[in-house]
Design a protein around this ligand. Structure first.
Ligand code: H2B
Length: 113
């Protein structure tokens, strides 16, 4: 679907039984989430965000927690003084679902880029 917009979608609960996204679908969605990369096994997407100092980093992490709570889909992340490295994967299917891309798009939308 060429005109679908990830930022306008909502995550849907994923309980297993659904197929992980295949490489062609992943390539189709990636242009909507600039800055994100997919790991070599197509099991997770990740992006390193950088900020000007600890307060801005923590503001992002708190906003990310708000998005995750809204969507009931949660990132793994590590953070420090001026960075946050975020990973999304769908644990229930040990791979990527559209939920991962929706959350990534909503994190990108938090930033002035
Ligand atoms: C019922 C609910 O959708 C699941 O427990 C959610 C919660 N958050 C989740 N987050 C992530 N990243 N992967 C999951 O499979 C997942 N499962």
């Amino acid at each position: 679907m060429a005109n679908e917009r990830l930022t306008e979608k909502k995550c849907v609960p994923c309980e297993g039984g659904t197929e992980p996204l295949q490489p062609d679908r992943i390539e189709e969605l990636l242009p909507q989430i600039p800055g994100w990369q997919v790991d070599e096994h197509h099991k997770q997407i990740f992006r390193r965000f950088e900020f000007k100092g600890f307060y801005k980093t923590m503001a992002f992490i708190n906003a990310m927690a708000w998005v995750a709570n809204q969507e009931n889909h949660h990132p793994d992340f590590e953070g420090g003084y001026n960075f946050c490295l975020v990973h999304f994967s769908t644990h229930a299917i040990d791979g990527l679902s559209e939920n991962d891309f929706i959350c990534a798009a909503k994190l990108n939308a938090l930033l002035d880029e």
